[in-house]
Every structure is written in C-alpha cells, then in structure tokens.
Design a protein around this ligand. Structure first.
Ligand code: IMP
Length: 199
C-alpha cells in the first residue's frame, strides 16, 4: 500500500490551513495548499443544510485541482459552520457570508438581551486518496460571549466560549488549546484514526 504523506488542502481560509497543519503535520502528513499563490480555489458550494453534503460535493469538483498539483497523495476539503441555538441552522452553512455581512458586532446585536446563548461549531472533513474516501466530523458545544474577546484564531472565534474550556473564547487560546477542544481538532483526530486504521 502507498504511504500517504502529501495532502492538498483545498481552502482559501488561512485560519483553517494553520489549524490543519498544526493537527496533521506532527503526525507525518505534509499539508500543501494554494493559499497565497496565484491558483485560487473556486469550488461551487451546493445548497444543502448539512456540512457533509457540501464537503462531499466539493471533493467531487476537486479533480481539476489535482491535475495542477504535483506529487499529491490525497485531496482534502473541510466545511465548517457556526450554529446558534436560538436561530436553528443559522448561520450554519452560511457562516462565512453572514459574518462578512453582519460582522462580529452585528451577531452580538442579534443576541442582545438574550439569556439563552448556546451555540456550536461543526466541521466536516473529506479526504480523497485515489478511490478511497474518508469522512470525519467534529463538533464543539459552547456559548456566545457578551463581547468580542481575543486576537487569535479567525472567524467567530472571538465570540465563542467552548463549554469544556475555562471561560476564555477560542480567540484567547493558543493553537494547542483550541485544537484540544474544537470541532476541527476533533474532526482531525477522527481523520487520523481513520488513516491509521487503514495502514
Ligand atoms: P466554510 O467552511 O469555508 O464555508 O466557512 C465557514 C465559516 O465558518 C468560516 O468562514 C468562519 O467564519 C466560520 N468558522 C469555521 N470554523 C471556524 C473556527 O474554527 N473558528 C471561527 N469561525 C469558524
């Protein structure tokens, strides 16, 4: 069996890339991407409510990128989303778009005066190695903070306090701390288990 080492991660999100490298590279997988290069990733996002369906559709569009990359053993996509209990499925698969239009302050405004502040992150990773497909999911429960806190991370991180943490937001944590608790950290750990089982 071929030893899988080099994975092309199709993302234009630097935060996701940083966390994927942090999770997978110490375990012997080199993560390459087009972030910062001229080859922009343009995958159509299907209209679907669940992240796995979106990620599966993206991996099916990925063939054209594989042709442009040399010595790649596998191709990976990740779809992630933020879900606020008060607003079912929202922003969910529209997380990136909603954050862009409302901003963190706009999200806080939506939640103004609400005591119920439960929320969660979800991640769905699909890795294709030849004809084999690995699907790994992770989630992280927590709550929305009352204000924007911390300079680390990306996206909704300054608003999210994971329930298994110590009261800090993801944006106030190191990469290691976020990995131990986060949806992406859990999904990456699951992916590593699937890859190890395959050997
Ligand atoms: P997509 O997976 O590229 O569709 O993006 C989902 C959006 O969810 C991102 O652009 C972020 O705004 C948000 N998001 C996903 N994962 C995280 C995370 O770990 N922290 C903060 N925001 C995230």
């Amino acid at each position: 069996m071929v030893d899988i080492k080099r994975i092309l991660f199709l993302t234009s999100n630097e935060g996701k890339l940083r966390e994927a490298k942090h999770a997978l590279e110490p375990r012997g997988y080199e993560i390459v991407s087009f972030v910062g290069g001229t080859n922009k990733v343009q995958l159509v996002e299907v209209q679907a409510r669940d992240l796995v369906t979106v990620a599966q559709s993206k991996i099916e569009q990925a063939e054209s990128y594989v042709g442009n990359a040399h010595q790649i053993d596998g191709v990976m996509v990740e779809d992630a989303g933020f879900f606020i209990d008060t607003y079912p499925s929202f922003p969910g698969v529209y997380s990136a778009h909603i954050l862009e239009s409302l901003g963190l302050e706009g999200i806080l405004q939506l939640m103004h005066g609400r005591k119920e502040r439960g929320a969660e992150f979800q991640s769905a990773i699909v890795l294709q190695i030849g004809s084999e497909r690995f699907v790994a999911q992770g989630r992280c429960r927590g709550r929305l903070s009352e204000d924007v806190r911390g300079n680390g991370g990306f996206g909704y991180d300054p608003l999210f306090i994971p329930e298994d943490g110590d009261g800090r937001t993801f944006a106030e944590m190191s990469l290691d701390e976020k990995k131990a608790l986060s949806h992406r950290g859990h999904a990456m750990a699951r992916l590593l288990t699937l890859l190890e089982d395959r050997r």
